[in-house]
Design a protein around this ligand. Sequence first.
Ligand code: AMP
Length: 283
Amino acid sequence: MRIFTTKEEIKTFLTHIKKENKTIGFVPTMGALHDGHLSLIKKAKKKNDIVVVSIFVNPTQFNNQEDLIKYPKTLDNDTKLLKSTNCDVLFFPSVEEIYENNVKSEKFNFDGLEHQMEGKFREGHFDGVGTIVKTFFEIVTPNKAYFGEKDFQQLQIIKKMVEKNQLPVKIKGCPIFREEDGLAMSSRNIRLSKKHREAAPFIYKTLKKANKKFGTENAINVTEWVENQFKKHPLLDLEYFTIADEKSLETIKNKESNKKYRAFIAVFAGEIRLIDNIRLNKN
Ligand code: AMP
């Protein structure tokens, strides 16, 4: 596996790859890799000649400084895992290399997708995401880029950015990888205390029950039911639960037959914020 830390070096290397007419698959991450990340890399390996993974904890997408400072960093283990998946290139730049002396986001218009859910609770988050993904696309020039449905709103926003700017890259969504007890894999899970880690599978259990209820009840009733489940829970604090249209990400009132819906949730387990979502069946 080749490891690059500067834009110039990786660009030079990838220019040669392109000249050989090889395709590039790209998986951007913030490191502290787990099986969820690896599933994206394995998918990319199958469909591209070479796979580039970036590890970069992007400061401009953090609205909470403590979350940024305490974000897990496990580079040695990440490198081992990447080698075990036969990843071809790791791009691991510093903040200075990417932002130079101006750690700021560009402002984006994602046609309103950015104002829903995470956008309401994490100010500036999607400007930060848009800025870094656009920058990385310019450096890596991937044919295909892989994003997890774990961050479903982010996936839709990246698709929107590509569509609006006609960027020459195909965006591939990948299903959520879970622990055996149902907790969605996340780099932040290693920061959970023992009791919060034990409590956290309640999130997905509740999402699955909400999915069942959505077959017979309306979105408002299901939402109230979920809110009540968390009010009763001693360790988990619900930030939001919402049932939204998969495309517009707007909260729905009534079901329509030709639309796809998802339930989205954000929960604090102590000081760790966890997000998850589930595709809903209408009946
Ligand atoms: P992160 O390192 O958290 O920024 O995630 C990097 C990529 O991996 C993003 O596209 C995430 O959506 C994806 N990802 C993170 N966790 C999971 C998971 N449990 N299942 C599938 N994809 C994931």
